[in-house]
Write a protein that binds this ligand. Sequence first.
Ligand code: 13P
Ligand code: SF4
Length: 311
Amino acid sequence: MSHMPSTEVSGLEREIVRLKRGRDAVILAHYYAPPAIQRIADHVGDSFALAKLATTLPQQTIVMCGVRFMGESAKLLNPAKTVLLPAPAADCPMAHMVDRATIERMRAEVDDLAVVCYVNSTAEIKSWSDVCVTSSNAVAICRALPQSNILFIPDANLGRFIAEQLPEKHVYLNRGCCPRHQAISVDEVRALKALYPNAPVLAHPECTEAVLAEADFAGSTKEIIEYAAANDAEDLIILTVVGVAYELEARCPHKHFHFPATTPRCPDMELMTLEGVAAALRGELGEVTVDETHAEQAKATLDAMLSYAGR
Ligand code: 13P
Ligand code: SF4
């Protein structure tokens, strides 16, 4: 997860290193962040790795190169630290895709119910929930919950993926989805399989049920990268946002990674720039705050995830 510094360092990169020292800051980046950002990050990881890491770092300032919910999670878990989001407009559309009325209605109608929210959710949505999960720990945490009924929010695709693996639980789904993974079509996956018939198909569980049915493996971005690195195949079909190509190619320079022809991109993740990182470190933009009315319960929801994940 740690990256070696590159040998060719630009003036802006040097300024970032200087500013980072001055602010006692550490730079974290998601695997979907642009290559220039992943290159300068101190740590790159998936949503769970970044949230967990954020609780163990000695630095006083965390620069979160990801979307808003990632910055909010780092702030909730470290209320005394400064968390900076270098592209303040970078937001995950799915993170908003449930309303409070749905949750209240379900809590009133269904006994023995746990409200489980994907980490891709706002702090406010987390505050309405009992426990949070990421794509790398969702099945294990839902299996361990004492409740037999689960309302999974906001992602219907991840919820369905969990439900298929936990026949002992009744999982109620919500209508949210990641527009980027939802847009990957079965036809383009089959076209890739026709071109590379021996290539394992690795998919993110935010993909649709029909696309996941075409996959040999479904997992978080980190799990996809680890699976690809451990697999002997030279060609692999990757069904997630192309940002992961940077880490895949760094770890497996001799392998070939094939993405859907429509090239899934996350425009919010692509808002991040080195200029933005430098401006955030200069104190010009990006400080993350969480509304006090949601912070305590949202933190409890995240803490519940860390506690289940540590068992
Ligand atoms: P992971 O980092 O858990 O793989 O999730 C992908 C994602 O969509 C992050 O927004
Ligand atoms: Fe949200 Fe999808 Fe972008 Fe992830 S890839 S941040 S789920 S829009």
